[in-house]
Design a protein around this ligand. Structure first.
Ligand SMILES: [Zn+2]
Length: 260
């Protein structure tokens, strides 16, 4: 029974991942995510349902279009597998409770936003605004936060990057975008103020490691724009799964009564 539920969770994640691929590809291009159905970008042949099974079709067709054999990016099965893995991890962690669907929604929003930001350096309002509302609504049932905590998280999440944008603007530097402010408001609404703080700290560390490493490796200038939303997204998912453990560890560093 448990195995069946875990298998169904993974299958649902693969299907949601498949739809996320459509969102990630079409939203920045201002195309409808519903209509028309998927087509091969080279020969224009409509993709049949049995060639559109998440993960399996790509493997069966060996990463090529069924009619013209044009290569299909491995990005598609990778996004599907990631989403399936995240859905499975949520089901394993929170089992049959409200927390599981809440975590599924959050993972899907973060995955779409982070991957669009990676390619286009954009965090879409179409996703972040509803995300903030969903996060606040979810705080009524999510076990790791409460409505007041959710509002505090949204406020803190938005305030820190907004402050940084303001401070850097005084020096004429564009540190982050307003998309990051809205993304962080969403992450804070879902994760609460502790989660927002962990996401900001974690995102900065990941940015220094990955972003800084990439700038060094590719020998680009320091002014090269980095997808900060992607780093924040990775940190937000880590905060979702390991936030409580990280917070407990942090508080354990202080002697009794010395913790905030
Ligand atoms: Zn084709």
């Amino acid at each position: 029974m448990v195995t069946l539920l875990l298998a169904l969770s993974t299958a649902l994640g693969l299907v949601v991942g498949s739809f996320s691929n459509v969102v990630i590809h079409r939203l920045p291009r201002r195309e409808s995510v519903v209509f028309p159905g998927s087509r091969c970008p080279r020969c224009g042949t409509a993709i049949r349902w049995y060639h559109n099974v998440p993960l399996l079709s790509w493997i069966a067709l060996r990463g090529r279009c069924a009619s013209c054999r044009a290569p299909i990016s491995p990005r598609y099965p990778l996004v599907e597998a990631t989403c399936g893995g995240l859905f499975l991890a949520c089901a394993l962690r929170w089992e049959i409770s409200w927390a599981t669907p809440v975590a599924w929604v959050f993972c899907t929003m973060v995955l779409c936003l982070a991957l669009i930001d990676l390619e286009h350096h954009l965090l879409h309002d179409v996703l972040t605004y509803p995300g903030i509302a969903l996060g606040i609504a979810a705080s009524f049932v999510a076990p790791w936060t409460r409505p007041v905590d959710s509002l505090a998280g949204a406020a803190l999440g938005a305030a820190v990057p907004a402050l940084l944008i303001g401070l850097y603007a005084l020096r004429g530097v564009e540190a982050m975008g307003w998309g990051d402010v809205k993304f962080m408001a969403m992450a804070g609404a879902f994760l609460g103020w502790r989660g927002a703080l962990l996401t900001l700290v974690g995102g900065s560390l990941i940015g220094i490691l990955l972003g800084g490493g990439w700038l060094l490796f590719s020998r680009r200038g320091r002014a090269t724009p980095l997808p900060f939303g992607t780093f924040l997204g990775m940190a937000a998912l880590l905060a979702l799964f390991f936030g409580e453990a990280a917070w407990g560890w942090y508080l354990g560093l202080f002697p009794k009564g010395g913790a905030p």
